[in-house]
Design a protein around this ligand. Structure first.
Ligand code: CMX
Length: 136
């Protein structure tokens, strides 16, 4: 697998606007995009801190993955996303190494990325996303 960089860090929050206020008013970052990903039942807000992207995640439904995470574990770091070259091949590679994959095939995520998740039980407790921007 060829991993090029951390694409983003995903943080689960209860209230998107209140957390945007913190990132803007306290940390001095600028929210450059808000996007709903219906498939994942989330509304997301994006910031760049230098070269590092932060994705805030608010649940849009009581039964989505972020709602479950908030209920069970509270607010906090939800996942780390790695940019890879060839997300399908990378997913197959992880599976061939015995890693439990949540997605069998990549799907379309926020910002038009092709994304796939590895289960935190297989990745030492960190929900791990593989992603690729095929428009680049
Ligand atoms: N990070 C680390 N551990 C996590 C976790 C996370 N984000 N989410 C759940 N877990 C843990 C649970 O605490 C639980 O641990 P214990 O068994 O020790 O209690 C374990 O994983 C399994 O949890 P579960 O209740 O059986 O499974 P869930 O129904 O909560 O589902 C997961 C967990 C990861 C499979 C599910 O959230 C998922 O499919 N995630 C991928 C999609 C996603 O997260 N989308 C939102 C972001 C989308 C985006 O970035 O655009």
């Amino acid at each position: 697998m060829e991993t090029t960089h951390i694409e983003h860090i995903g943080i689960a929050v209860r209230n998107l606007q209140k957390s945007i206020d913190f990132y803007e008013d306290v940390l001095g970052l600028k929210c450059y995009n808000i996007e709903e990903v219906a498939d994942q039942k989330v509304r997301t807000a994006f910031f760049m801190a230098g070269q590092t992207k932060i994705e805030l995640l608010e649940s849009t439904s009581g039964d989505g993955p972020v709602a479950k995470f908030l209920e069970k574990r509270g607010e906090g770091v939800h996942h780390i996303a790695f940019a890879v070259k060839g997300v399908e091949e990378s997913l197959a590679h992880a599976r061939s190494k015995g890693v439990q994959t949540i997605d069998q095939q990549p799907r379309r995520g926020a910002e038009g990325l092709d994304i796939a998740f590895l289960h935190p039980k297989s990745t030492f407790g960190v929900l791990t996303e593989l992603c690729e921007d095929k428009n680049r």
